[in-house]
Write a protein that binds this ligand. Structure first.
Ligand SMILES: Cc1cc2nc3c(=O)[nH]c(=O)nc-3n(C[C@H](O)[C@H](O)[C@H](O)COP(=O)(O)OP(=O)(O)OC[C@H]3O[C@@H](n4cnc5c(N)ncnc54)[C@H](O)[C@@H]3O)c2cc1C
Length: 281
């Protein structure tokens, strides 16, 4: 739980992925004196730390140097098509217009480096995806047979071994963000602490959120939040009934069969590795 036995703070953030950590820094830099992040797991970072560290951005200098013609309109078309036109267009516009600014923010604020090569990911009609450098900033050279053995072991034992070699991940961004947060005296990160519910002010005309209930080691604590609560607890993929309503195919299987996922993963990682070693840095 938090270092102090606080019951009243300025801002509560639920979740410690990209969204939660960014929101915490923004709140703290905007004058909030006490910002608490609550993370239900025993480690910070959520999906953001295990993702592939790839960001789609329009108008990057990387695209310009590679002579790739792209535009906000084209990226919007691609994302509307991929999103089956279910997208919230106001949010989509913001994401697209600020896509490169976000990459730049990670470079300027946290010293994150991106590879020169811009890749074209599924659903995008031109190459526009930037990938983080791994922790060393270099691709480590290993033989193909080493690579296959490594793939098998890594896939079966842990994804983390790959992270420490050539594979890039969101951890490349999350780690420096966590370091920054640890230096900010007005932000406190509480691991193993689960958001349970909102506390509402039932007297106000519209029921207003005035705090949250969290639990730690089975003990509940109510925390009043004078300036706000940010719900940054991630996606809905574990919510099978919701997925069933949204996209029928996603309701049919809870997980992919392991052999298919493994084969797909091997092909993808081998392809990425070969492309990287032949064309990059
Ligand atoms: C394997 C993988 C690869 C991906 N690759 C890419 C990629 O290359 N590029 C890309 O753009 N996107 C990618 N994505 C998607 C991307 O990672 C997510 O969209 C992004 O990380 C979401 O960030 P977030 O901060 O919203 O949520 P998360 O990073 O998921 O953080 C949410 C946090 O909230 C915590 N939480 C949830 N419920 C509670 C609760 N009740 N109380 C307290 N804490 C709670 C969770 O434990 C978690 O730590 C990938 C996703 C995965 C899984």
């Amino acid at each position: 739980m938090s270092k102090n036995n606080l019951t009243s703070i300025d801002v509560a953030i639920i979740g410690s992925g990209f969204a939660g950590l960014s929101a915490a820094m923004e709140a703290a830099n905007s004058g909030a004196k006490k910002v608490l992040i609550f993370e239900k797991m025993d480690k910070a970072g959520g999906n953001s730390t295990m993702n592939a560290g790839q960001i789609a951005a329009v108008g990057s200098p990387h695209q310009q140097r590679a002579g790739i013609k792209d535009s906000v309109e084209l990226m919007k078309e691609d994302m509307l098509r991929a999103g089956a036109n279910l997208n919230h267009t106001d949010l989509l516009d913001k994401i697209i217009r600020e896509s490169y600014d976000t990459v730049k923010w990670t470079e300027d604020e946290f010293g994150i480096s991106y590879r020169e090569r811009v890749t074209q990911m599924g659903g995008h009609s031109v190459p526009r995806t930037l990938s983080t450098m791994n922790h060393s900033g270099k691709i480590i050279s290993i033989s193909i047979s080493d690579l296959f053995i490594c793939f098998m072991i890594c896939h079966l034992i842990t994804f983390g071994i790959l992270n420490s070699s050539w594979h890039t991940t969101g951890k490349d961004i999350i780690d420096p963000m966590l370091v920054r947060i640890s230096t900010m005296s007005n932000i406190d990160l509480n691991l193993n602490t689960k958001f349970e519910n909102f506390i509402l002010d039932k007297d106000s005309v519209k029921e207003k959120v005035i705090g949250i209930r969290v639990s730690h080691d089975g003990v509940n604590q109510d925390i009043l939040c004078s300036k706000g609560v940010v719900l940054a607890s991630g996606g809905f993929s574990a919510d099978i009934p919701f997925r069933s309503v949204s996209i029928l195919e996603f309701s049919l299987a809870d997980t992919q069969p392991i052999p298919i996922a493994l084969i797909f993963y091997l092909i993808l990682t081998l392809y990425t590795f070969l492309e990287d070693t032949s064309s990059n840095i």
